[in-house]
Ligand binder design. Structure first.
Ligand code: T1G
Length: 680
């Protein structure tokens, strides 16, 4: 492999350049090349200053994540960085793109940092279940203070260059067009001056003077950190930066890093990092398939889903014509969209100009004719096959040839819908999740006749509107809802057999889900779809409705709610369920939380295996992407299929058999062969 590191001279300034596409990851060859070039520069008397920069789209974007989990190969990044910082010749980091993780640590070990305005810097290791392992938790607080360092290290979001300059992390903002030249000028201007070393900084004393900042940060961010190991380690590491000398602090940091990098959470989160990117790829479609330009979108239905879907395109600068049947529904829908944007502006996450800009791209209409020149039309109408077919037949007759017609259906057969048109090749499903302008997941449902360019266009469009998409085949519930179904069935069976319904919720909460099924039922409303006849009781929900228990909306559902909507389990509900079970002839018994967890989650894995067996998903990791982004499966377990791999498919099979639950051939075969869903 050619050395990704090269050098150039500009008089007394040595320029060290990395060219390691796609993101200048700090793989072994880069580290070795950096070490060699820097040592040579430090030893060469004719070199009086050094600039480090990268070719391509970005400054180093971190360690090479593919190296984790394998035996480490030297030189280690810390040894490269410590040698560089210890030198007396000014070393300047020339930053563009995203200096992340190890890249930010390289910049921190340099004596100076210059950046273009569009550059970003960050320590996102925590998003991989790690903490920085090359001095970042010890240098950063010494440069910008512990309080400013905490969110960068424990939440992991990058900051823009100008903010970095404002807090002292960047010394100078230079022109986008002349970073290389400006960095050399900057380096030359520092020759002969004592070099500032981040490791000798004292900004970290803010955490010593005000030690409350650490617990305050924990309290403020508790919810988003719940269940994750790395954020607490990150907070601890930043705290240590104020309590011990740098040399000791980096030793502790390294210990904490090594513990995390060998743990299951980081393996799961690194799996997810690549899974999310793999989901973009459609295995049997050439990557260079020509795409259909999408300049104008049509949405049918201005309700919750139609409005949410519309906002995704407006926010991405794509004009939308939205159709409703009645003017008041149209006005209501457009009003809700404006309100949503205005609320976002109130939270400071967009300006009112941007609100007007987005809404300015919206054309409400009552006439199908106004959809004629759309490149893509998405219907979000009532979930009924006859209604959908009628809509698609109408669209087929009105919308220009070559336009894509998509259904937002959450489980109906997209092939059947396509048959209502003369262009089945241009029909597919785009299943958004409510609220559609917030939820990241998009299931792209590939019909039997869906053309390659149509599918590739929608996959690219997903990224344009900020969605994380996975391709599903046509089957009831596609990927996500299809796997939710066995979990719901088991949840209902468990409470009929005597499990406490609050135990069912708590098992899923403790596992890391945001909410359990009975809490969800109370939130959504138990009386949705109820026939209003209290004498007709054929399900637990109808029994609760008959007892006037409709959910949070009237203060009592499965749980009793106080004014702050805190939930308390109800003995009345426990009795209602027991009575209903007795009437149904279902014997009740005590059921452990272990049994509850296994009966809720193992059948989901079996359903995922069936989805793979039927080729309804391209790969197991796509199923993980769907469940993490659409249903709150805890990221630190990697998703249902990765999680199953970590506990062992043989354990899953044994558990299913223990409860007399089905085991599909695909799962059984893999378990018997000692295989995993996600080939590690
Ligand atoms: N290692 C290996 N491959 C990487 C990579 C990395 N760090 N970052 C990106 N890739 C691959 C990615 O899989 C994809 O591959 C291609 O590059 C383009 O990425 C020592 C221990 C930089 C913001 O967490 O956030 O440093 O699919 O599609 O949307 O203490 O990539 O083309 O085959 O995401 O323009 C810390 C992770 C590591 C940054 C660019 N660093 N990367 O986004 O492109 S741990 C990170 C990103 C560490 C130190 C610790 C993004 C990006 P393929 P992409 P993008």
């Amino acid at each position: 492999m050619t050395n990704p590191i090269s050098t150039q001279r500009d008089g007394e300034v040595l320029v060290v350049i990395s060219n390691n596409p796609p993101v200048n990851a700090l793989g072994q060859a880069v580290r070795a090349g950096l070490k060699e070039a820097i040592e040579a520069g430090l030893a060469d008397d004719s070199v009086e200053a050094i600039v480090i920069r990268c070719d391509g789209r970005t400054f180093f974007a971190g360690a090479d994540i593919t190296e984790f989990g394998k035996p480490p190969v030297g030189p280690s990044l810390p040894e490269v960085l410590d040698a560089m910082e210890a030198g007396d010749k000014p070393v300047v980091a020339a930053i563009h793109g995203t200096a992340l993780g190890g890249g930010c640590e390289v910049a921190l070990a340099c004596h100076y940092r210059v950046a273009v305005p569009s550059a970003k810097m960050g320590l996102p290791e925590v998003k991989l279940g790690l903490i920085p392992g090359a001095g970042g938790t010890q240098r950063l607080p010494r440069v910008i203070g512990a309080e400013a360092a905490l969110p960068m290290v424990a939440i992991g979001n990058p900051i823009p260059a100008r903010k970095a300059q404002a807090i002292g992390l960047v010394d100078e903002i230079v022109s986008e067009e002349s970073l290389a030249a400006d960095a050399i000028v900057f380096a030359r201007s520092k020759i002969g001056q004592p070099v500032p070393r981040s490791s000798e900084g004292t900004a970290n004393q803010d955490g010593v003077k005000n030690p409350d900042i650490f617990d305050q940060f924990r309290a403020k961010n508790g919810r988003k950190m719940r269940g994750f190991d790395a954020p607490n380690a990150a907070i601890e590491a930043v705290k240590l930066a104020g309590e011990m000398p740098f040399a000791e602090g980096v030793k502790k940091e390294r210990e904490m890093f090594l513990k995390l990098v060998t743990g299951t959470q980081s393996a799961a989160m690194r799996h997810y990092f690549f899974a999310e990117r793999a989901a973009n790829k459609i295995d049997d479609i050439p990557a260079d398939t020509p795409l259909i330009p999408i300049k104008k979108v049509g949405v049918i239905g201005a309700g919750t889903m139609g409005g949410g879907i519309t906002m995704n395109f407006l926010s991405a600068g794509i004009p939308v014509t939205i159709l409703e049947m009645q003017q008041d529904a149209l006005d209501r829908g457009t009003g809700v969209m404006r309100k949503n944007y205005e609320n976002t502006a109130k939270r400071g996450r967009m300006t009112m100009e941007q609100v007007d800009q987005a809404m300015g791209l919206l054309t409400p209409t009552l006439s199908y004719d106004d959809l004629a020149d759309c490149d893509l039309v998405i219907e979000a109408v009532y979930e009924n096959m006859d209604v959908k077919k009628e809509v698609f037949a109408k669209l087929d007759s009105v919308v220009k040839q070559g336009a894509i017609l998509a259904s937002n259906t959450s489980y109906l057969n997209v092939d059947e819908i396509a048959l209502a048109t003369k262009r089945p090749g241009y029909v597919l499903g785009l299943h958004f999740f409510s609220p559609a302008n917030v939820m990241k997941l998009l299931e792209i449902v590939r019909g039997e006749k869906t053309r390659d360019d149509v599918l590739a266009t929608c996959m690219k469009l997903a990224k344009t509107i900020g969605k994380i998409a996975a391709v599903s085949g046509v089957c009831p519930g596609f990927i996500g809802n299809r796997m939710l179904s066995p979990r719901q069935q088991q949840a209902n069976a468990l409470i009929m057999e005597g499990a406490n319904y609050w135990d069912v919720d708590d098992v899923l909460l403790d596992f890391g889900f945001p909410m359990g099924p009975f809490q969800m039922a109370d939130l959504a409303g138990i009386d949705i779809g109820w026939h209003r006849d209290p004498t007709k009781v054929t399900t637990v929900r109808e029994a609760l409705c008959a007892a006037g228990r409709f959910g949070q909306k009237n203060g009592k559902g499965f749980y009793d709610y106080d004014a702050a909507r805190n939930r308390t389990p109800s003995d009345d509900v426990k009795a209602i369920i027991a009575d209903f079970a007795a009437k149904e002839g279902t014997a009740q018994r005590e059921i452990s939380k272990d049994e509850i967890r296994e009966r809720l989650l193992y059948p989901m894995v079996n359903e995922g295996a069936k989805i793979l067996e039927e080729k309804m998903a391209q790969r197991a990791s796509d199923i993980d992407v769907v469940w993490i982004n659409g249903y709150g499966w805890p990221l630190y377990t990697g998703g249902p299929m990765f999680w199953a791999d970590t506990i062992g498919l043989d354990t899953i099979v044994a558990g299913l058999e223990k409860y007399g639950l089905p085991v599909c051939d695909y799962l059984r075969g893999k378990a018997e062969r000692g295989e995993k869903f996600n080939s590690q």
